[in-house]
Design a binder for this molecule. Structure first.
Ligand SMILES: *Cc1c(COP(=O)(O)O)cnc(C)c1O
Length: 421
């Protein structure tokens, strides 16, 4: 495999190619193939971007047909038939059955674009600057979104320019089991000397992806919603990683039965891995003036086509979501066993997650890295997350065939045994 050009020319900022230093050529569903013809099972799936697998045949077919018919590819924010179909499908298949009424803002195509737009909108709508985010939260790396991102590695990479406009409070579980961290947030809000500027909004992930698969309990999320309502604060759910079925429901907040004021989706939204993001907002929050927030790539017509196809195929009834929950049960059971086995070897470990967003916290990043490197040698692409990379996480495609899921879990188990032999 020839990697000299890649190593010489690509900036040192590259990351995943360090963990998986091979040249990939093809991928179908949960399997990747490298240039030497070696196959890998994919438990990373674009960090949650390929919930419907690589090259999903129906999504690809819809895209090929659209391209062959000279469908509009780029049109700024023109009205197109593809956009109309996307909006209608979103309304009929996703929003209405869930009793949700949102207007849709199509910002630039990445997650951080959606977060920037969401927090900007919250500020415009409320006329306040402060956004409260949570410890270990990850919301993207452009300046506004970065201000709400906890990870020091990203925060330090601004050349010394401070990030502004956000304040952190502890996420669920941050202070250990016996403490409800919202006691602290609620107390601050009610304290005229607490030092917290009344926020325009709170931004939160229901399950923190990059932060280490930290799961907010449904009660905590419900209480957070109540605190926001009581204090005239908007609730933004960043569902960029946990959304589109990852936790077993289309929106991750459905488990808690809450209704956010603003929602961000990206990653798996296009379904095929095309760059795409949207912001959902309660209609009365749409305080934008025409053109006040813009961008050249506002809504990507190819992604409208694949996203609408994915919604119709997977979300028209509950077959898919039940299947995700069934597979999640398999992963949860195996991860619990593995965590027990690792603990028995003297490395206290624990399993956590919701749906197919699951991880094993092995206590330190070094051990987690050894496990994921060994897994890669054994044919499994799997990554870590958490502040020290201490959580080995499974984000396999939701469409993964059972054989591949079990084989991936077997490889992980064998790799853990080899590392801790
Ligand atoms: C990935 C991610 C983002 C940022 O998305 P990009 O497309 O990388 O800008 C924001 N929030 C969450 C929860 C994410 O997982």
């Amino acid at each position: 495999m020839q990697t000299q050009t890649l190593e010489r020319m690509e900036s040192d900022v590259r990351t995943y190619s360090r963990s998986f230093p091979v040249v990939f050529t093809k991928a179908v569903n949960a399997r990747l193939t490298d240039e030497d013809g070696r196959e890998y099972i994919d438990f990373l799936a674009g960090a949650g971007t390929l919930n419907y697998g690589h090259n999903n045949p129906e999504l690809k077919q819809a895209l090929v047909e659209y391209l062959s018919s000279d469908g509009i590819i780029h049109g700024l924010d023109f009205w197109t038939a593809a956009k109309r179909d996307y909006l209608e499908t979103l309304e009929e298949v996703i929003l209405k059955p869930r009793g949700l009424d949102y207007k849709i803002h199509l910002p630039g195509p990445t997650g951080t674009n959606a977060v920037e737009a969401a927090i900007r909108l919250a500020r415009v709508a409320k006329g306040r600057h402060n956004i409260v985010s949570f410890t270990n939260g990850f919301h993207g790396v452009t300046m506004g979104a970065l201000a709400t991102t906890g990870n020091r590695k990203f925060r330090e990479a601004t050349g010394g320019v401070p990030t502004v406009g956000a304040a952190f409070v502890p996420f669920d579980g941050y202070l250990g089991d016996g403490t409800d961290t919202l006691d602290y947030f609620e107390k601050l809000l009610g304290d005229k000397s607490g030092g917290l500027d009344l926020p325009a909004a709170v931004i939160v992930e229901t399950v923190q992806g990059e932060g280490g698969i930290n799961v907010a309990s449904t009660q905590w999320l419900q209480r957070l919603e109540g605190i926001c309502r009581a204090n005239d604060i908007l609730l933004i759910i960043d569902d960029i990683q946990a959304g589109c079925g990852r936790t077993g429901k289309f929106f991750s907040f459905e488990h808690a039965g809450i209704t956010p004021d603003i929602v961000t989706n990206s990653k798996s939204l296009s379904g095929l891995g095309l760059p795409f993001a949207h912001v959902l907002m309660r209609p009365e929050l749409d305080k934008w003036k025409p053109g006040q927030y813009n961008g050249t790539f506002r809504g990507f017509n190819l992604a409208f086509v694949t996203a609408a196809t994915a919604m119709r195929k997977y979300w028209s009834d509950d077959t898919f979501e039940r299947d995700v929950q069934r597979k999640a049960g398999i992963v949860e059971e195996r991860f619990t066993q593995l965590a027990g086995w690792i603990s028995d070897k003297g490395h206290p470990a624990s399993e956590r997650g919701r749906g197919l967003m699951r991880g094993i916290d092995v206590g330190n990043g070094e051990l987690a890295d050894k496990i994921t490197s060994k897994a890669f040698e054994n044919g499994l692409v799997i990554e870590t997350s958490g502040q020290d990379g201490e959580v080995v996480k499974c984000l396999c495609p939701l469409t993964i065939p059972d054989e591949d899921l079990l084989e991936g879990l077997d490889i992980l188990e064998r790799s853990i045994h080899e590392v801790l032999a």
